[in-house]
Design a protein. Structure first.
Length: 365
């Protein structure tokens, strides 16, 4: 059969050549198709890797940019062994100093003596080294769980890593509630000590200026900067809110009294008679539908029977009693606010004898 595809000279016939060309084209197309798919797949992988790398790079740049402008207080922090939660409070700065207040929760397994702690400082980015004259102190304000890191030196608008290590001897136990890790140098690290690390920018644009921060400031001044001033501000706000509530409550009371007096006049009663009429029902159900309470001041235009006015009067007298109770409650709250302020001021004044201070620090390369 194969011989039919050849002529007498042994050469391939016309149809044989066509078939061969077709097979060559098919093989060529098939290899081109595989080659094209390989190129496409390779380009897709390159784009995917490039996109992922760019995303990471962009995210890193954004985080670095943020760290270069603000000091982040929204960080989830805890000591590595005890698991005691640490909260960064708003920071303050003045000239070549910065105060980083912190709150330590669950202090049962922690020391309240600042000398049991050591501060470690390290640049967050090698491109922005720490100033050569940087130093740090650690202050603990009594047994409240409140403390502060104080930085000194030629501070710049650069992020700084701070690690606080507790060096008090804790007996090893199997029930340590901490993770056993800290986040330092941008990664989570396993450690065998009780410490907590975070990054701040002591000159960030969200770090407020506070002229009370001075090299020779007292411990009372330091406490005021770290916490006391904020407590006093919150107390002032609470007082203002209470006073506004009291003013509103008293205004409502006066309006209720005016309406009662108007009803007393219409009923021929004494103007300042605020006694209930026991013979009349003054419940909400009894006065419902008699008149809109907002329209009580227009008695001359209302056609009310004496019975209806007596019921409405009783309802307003009951309301007046409730308003008197509200006013008394607000006044008691304001007395509590004033008492709290006195306690805050007393705490500030006594802080010189309550604070423990440590100047143990180390600058890491």
């Amino acid at each position: 059969m194969a011989k039919k595809n050849k002529n007498r000279n042994g050469k391939k016939g016309f149809f044989s050549k066509i078939g061969s060309k077709f097979r060559d084209f098919r093989d060529f197309y098939w290899h081109r198709k595989i080659f094209a798919r390989t190129i496409t797949l390779g380009l897709a992988l390159v784009l995917l890797i490039s996109g992922f790398t760019f995303g990471k790079y962009h995210q890193s740049r954004e985080l670095t940019k943020k760290a270069m402008t603000v000091s982040d207080t929204d960080q989830e922090l805890a000591f590595s062994k005890t698991g005691s939660e640490v909260i960064l409070d708003p920071q303050r700065k003045n000239k070549n100093m910065a105060v980083i207040p912190i709150q330590i929760k669950d202090t049962e397994n922690l020391s309240f003596d600042a000398k049991d702690y050591k501060i470690f400082l390290k640049a967050a980015d090698k491109k922005y080294p720490l100033p050569s004259n940087i130093s740090a102190s650690f202050a603990i304000f009594g047994s409240t769980g409140e403390a502060a890191v104080v930085l000194r030196g030629d501070l710049k608008n650069y992020p700084i890593q701070i690690m606080i290590r507790n060096d008090k001897n804790f007996e090893p136990s199997d029930d340590d509630s901490g993770s056993g890790t800290i986040t330092f140098d941008g990664r989570e690290q396993k450690v065998d000590y009780n410490g907590v690390a975070f990054t701040v920018n002591p000159k960030g644009k969200n770090v407020k200026q506070d002229d009370r921060i001075q090299p020779d400031m007292s411990m009372s001044d330091l406490y005021t900067v770290a916490l006391g001033a904020r407590q006093l501000d919150e107390n002032t706000k609470s007082k203002k809110i209470g006073e506004e509530q009291l003013e509103t409550a008293k205004a409502k009371k006066e309006e209720t009294k005016r309406r009662i007096q108007e009803l007393n006049n219409a009923l021929g009663r004494d103007k300042d008679d605020y006694k209930l009429n026991d013979k009349v029902d003054g419940s909400d159900d009894a006065v419902n539908g008699i008149v809109d309470e907002e329209s009580v001041g227009d008695l001359d235009q209302l056609d009310l029977s004496s019975s209806d006015m007596e019921s409405l009067r009783n309802s307003l007298i009951s309301k007046l009693d409730t308003q008197n109770d509200d006013i008394e409650s607000i006044e008691m709250s304001l007395k509590g606010v004033e008492s709290d302020r006195e306690k805050i001021e007393d705490t500030i004044d006594s802080m010189d004898s309550l604070v423990t201070l440590s100047n143990r620090y180390e600058v890491q390369e």
